[in-house]
Design a binder for this molecule. Sequence first.
Ligand SMILES: [Zn+2]
Length: 336
Amino acid sequence: MYSSSGTHVIENIFVLTFSCFVDMQDSTVLNMKMYLLDGSFISGILPYVEYDSVMKHPLWGSNLIFNNEEAVVKAHRDYIRAGAEFLTTNTYQASIEGFQKYLNLNYDQSFQLIKKSVTICRRAIMEESSGRTIRIMGSVGPYGASLCDGSEYNGNYIGKIDSKDLYDWHKPRIQALVEAGVDVVLFETIPSIIEANILLNILAEYPNQKACLSFSCKDSEHLSHGETFASAVEKFWTNDSRKQLIAIGMNCMDPQLITPLLTSVKTENVNFITYPNGGGVWDAVKKCWDNTQMYQVSIDDLNLWSEKGLKIIGGCCNTGVTEISRIRNLIDNLSS
Ligand SMILES: [Zn+2]
């Protein structure tokens, strides 16, 4: 379940003290009806930091690995208390280039900082979980997220940037998370099959590492870049990537798109992951969420999605501790 690299023996010994960690070698590890992922890191951290220190920083929440470790621990601990079984590292917008440019670090320091996000999760687990099984997902956002212009929701950079450059940009981010021993690498808000393919090629270089692949979708049928969600699932759930993927799905969209997206898939026996937005509407003028039109995921939704193969659910933008706690309750009341 952890990196077998001899250079990380100390970290592995530390991790193995969590005797309750479950072996992730086989995707059948998802043997419970449904697992709960945490919610938005931004929503979770805002009670503990100045708004501008996150929302106006080019690295968003990732800058806090360096600038405010204590707040990050508190945010993770809140999600554990809310009942989450998977914690996500705050590395969505972390990159070597980004840390060099905005935090004035060198290459090695930047690499180590990505690894530190995992150590911070472990600290939160140690301080909060009381022996409950909590696993760590290492967040890997798309290249578009680093452009800070919403590119992860249209994929317009795909085709404009060389595949080799995309590979080189992603490789050390993934390597750092694998070396740090995450249970699962979480490729999230990925707008296109092309970038997903590059990410999974890198993943294949670490054949013992498990991962989830989660796309950004623009409507009830298509990825943000335009390919169908069904074709993306068919491609990656039936090729060699399947050996390493424990779930595939979509995040950061209206929860009302989940049913049609899942229904569009014809591939059989898929384990799905999804973590939609809170259901409010982003007001770009006021720069805040209009929650007057919130759609709340119901137990009927969960029962239906469970029948379609949903195994992991959580929350993306505008979902905080209250919502994760509410979903915990729903999962606990799912029909068996
Ligand atoms: Zn989101």
